[in-house]
Design a protein. Sequence first.
Length: 353
Amino acid sequence: MLIAQRPILTEEVVSEYRSRFIIEPLEPGFGYTLGNSLRRTLLSSIPGAAVTSARVEGALHEFTTLEGVKEDLTEIVLNLKNLVLSSEHDEPVALYIRKSGEGTITGADVVLSAGVEVHNPELHIATLNAKANVQIELTVERGRGYVTAIQNKQAGQEIGRIPIDSIYSPVLKVTYKVEATRVEQRTDFDRLVLDVETKRSMSPRDAMASAGKTLVELFGLARELNVDAEGIEIGPSLTDAALAADLALPIEDLDLTVRSYNCLKREGIHTVGELVSRSEADLLDIRNFGSKSIDEVKAKLVSMGLQLKDSPIGFDPTLSPGYHDNGDDFGDDEFYAVDPVDSVGSGAERESE
């Protein structure tokens, strides 16, 4: 079965960390299939970093009261859980907070290691008075989803180390809806709209890409059972189809001057696709095909959004010699109008450069 049109994914940016992704058109029913799979993957399976444990100098357990600190240790632990972090390390990393005297402790007071970043430095962690002297060691790890403090507790861990619930997911919220959309005469195709909001450690675009990669890897397991099995075949995108049609055009449709056309045909170049596979140097090697002919060909290709192989972008045909500003482009004057038989037989010189 061939889908009439390849689904297109577009992103509507709502804010820096919130985007709306639209996928359409989808075969009837596939909106919910993709929407549910992407939502669950986004919320539970995107890798991230979080605090997994903390050790506070002078505290034996999380119910300890710290001198000179307004908050008790339980409240401080809850605040530490809200740190938004990113880490490039696969192994646990130790971070430190050291502060004394009157003031506040925020995310900006975390002393970072290389490859670790705090994305919400304004986060309030604790309030101190003049008697306070706080030293905290944090352990940061990478993971997925949500891991409880009980799961983070390690056998034989040192006294005073407090395990913390870890929220690894960089995605805050995902909602989706499926609407009807039209393809030609049919109105029962699906339009999937995914609203994705993330923490500051990852953009919605990167989160969607990560979810898509995860699902492709997992669904690929089923495909491996029989790589030749039949399924829905997705047709080319509109852009790909238009490009293929342009490349298949015969060079007659370029409406070139007689000289340029005859030289290309004599070289065995019959389609636009064969033409764009040649470089300027390749074409200049063709007898009687000079720089004016090159400029003419480049001008025609530019009008189609194409260019010669290895040709620099930004060619302006109006600056080329031989270009007519009266709407006729490159004129088919007597200089170009050379009979191909005569030019080959007489060894005519290449057009003047």
